[in-house]
Structure formats: C-alpha cells, structure tokens
Design a protein around this ligand. Sequence first.
Ligand code: ZN
Length: 229
Amino acid sequence: MAFKEAAKTSDVKVAFSHCSYLINLAAENNEILVKSIVALTHEVERCSELGLAYCVLHPGAAGSQDFELAIQKIAAGLNTVLQNTAGSKVMILLENTAGQGTSLGGSFENLKQIYDLVKSDRIGYCFDTCHAFAAGYDIRSENGIKETFEKFDEILGLDKLKVFHLNDSKGDLGTHLDRHENIGKGKIGIVPFKYIMNNFEHIPKVIETPKEDDWDKINIELLKSTVHK
Ligand SMILES: [Zn+2]
C-alpha cells in the first residue's frame, strides 16, 4: 500500500486521523445514530489498515435531549464501536470541544463522565487549545496553562493525553466560539504554545489554523522557534 510504504521513510513519527464531523454518537434521530456508529467503526477499521495510531473524535451534540442521556448514548456508541473492532489497537481520542451549542466535551468533567462509562485502554484524549480557551479555560498565562494541565491530570490523567491540536482563537475566553486563528495572532497569544512545545515534547501536535498563503509554514516555524535548545 502506497501510504504504508511512504510512512516507512517519512520523518512523521505518528500519524492519526480526524473523524468526519457528521458523526454524532449522541444523535436524537435513530437513523443518524446508527449511521454514526457504522461510520466510526469504518473509520477505526481504516486506521487499522493504514497502521494509524489514533482517530480523533468530537464526542457529539445533545440537541434537545438532556446531557445525561446524550452522555449515555455516546458511551454506548463507543462501546459498540470498540466491540466491533475488537483486536484493533487503534485508540479513539475524545477531543475537548468549545462547548458550542449543545456540544458535549467542553469540560474535562464532561469527558470524564463519558470515559467512566467506557473505561477502555483504547480511549484517550486530544487537547485543542482553541476549544479549551473558548470553553472557558484561561490558558493565556504560564500559570493558567499549568493549572489547566494540573486539572486535566487530576480529572482525566495526562497519561491518556495523546495528541494536541494547536490553534489560536478568534473568539474570546468563554465565548464557546470554535474559530481557529494563526498561532500567536489570536486572543490566546504565544505563551501556552511555548509551554506545550517545551513540556510535552513526546506528544504529537498538529495545527488546524487557516490555510491561506504560507501560513502553515509560518505557524510551524514559529512553534519550533519557541523550543529551548
Ligand atoms: Zn481540533
């Protein structure tokens, strides 16, 4: 397979996928719920075939259901997918969200509630800086980012943090706006990115910043420049 061949000689050490945004394991509509479980099962199977370590998933949105029920549905869906793909090593990483609308996963406590109903070593987490900030975690200062990770460790366990999404934020603290900005150019600023680059060297990171012009290159060079030599 071309991907596997290329992966052997690539500098990229860990590769992982992001699930379709159409997947909603908390869907109210049963047809959508079933389709979501099938789609996630296929995603995990594809990752297995390609030798990817993880697939990143937004937990889901409750719609008009209460959060308790939505959480139970997400956990049941995850359990089904894990059973469907028993024998696979691929981990499903729950991504913290901006908590926009009725989205679940805006708080660490919320992710923990889902995890507690699944409790599988194939579940881990992806930390998105923009989402955390928009959800109300004030990560702008070194103290703020430190405290946020202390909280993360206490509630979820840093050993289960497998991937970073590094994005600055167009929206302000606690606005629940999921709008990504170039690194250091948004409301978050460079401080927490510097902290993450120097304290979590072993965890893979991707940027999901605006794709115009040379910005990918500029963002990556800026992030690399923050690493203490
Ligand atoms: Zn993300």
